[in-house]
Design a binder for this molecule. Structure first.
Ligand code: SF4
Length: 92
């Protein structure tokens, strides 16, 4: 019970960190003139992969807590599962 509670708090506290890092990567890509959004087909492929992923929690990634609709649309994002990365950053 206590460990589940602490785990939940840690997960909630981690979301602003991962969100800030994602925003940083988007701003950095924009400043460097890189692609910000992936083409529709790439996002659809990423979403299909996430839909079949056991780590998905409804519309969010269970690892980083990001909303998958946003995460999969950004070129600077990649699957955060370090032991089994299922999709990579998009280079264009
Ligand atoms: S981003 Fe990776 S870990 Fe997260 S739900 Fe998608 S495939 Fe799973």
């Amino acid at each position: 019970m206590w460990s589940e509670w602490m785990y939940s708090i840690a997960r909630i506290a981690w979301i602003p960190v991962t969100f800030s890092k994602a925003v940083y990567r988007v701003v950095r890509a924009a400043l460097l003139g890189r692609t910000i959004y992936v083409p529709f087909e790439v996002q659809a492929e990423r979403m299909a992969t996430c839909s079949a992923c056991l780590l998905r929690e409804r519309r969010k990634c269970g690892v980083c807590g990001c909303k998958l609709m946003f995460k999969t649309s950004l070129a600077s994002e990649e699957c955060p599962d370090l032991s089994n990365r299922q999709w990579d950053k998009y280079d264009g």
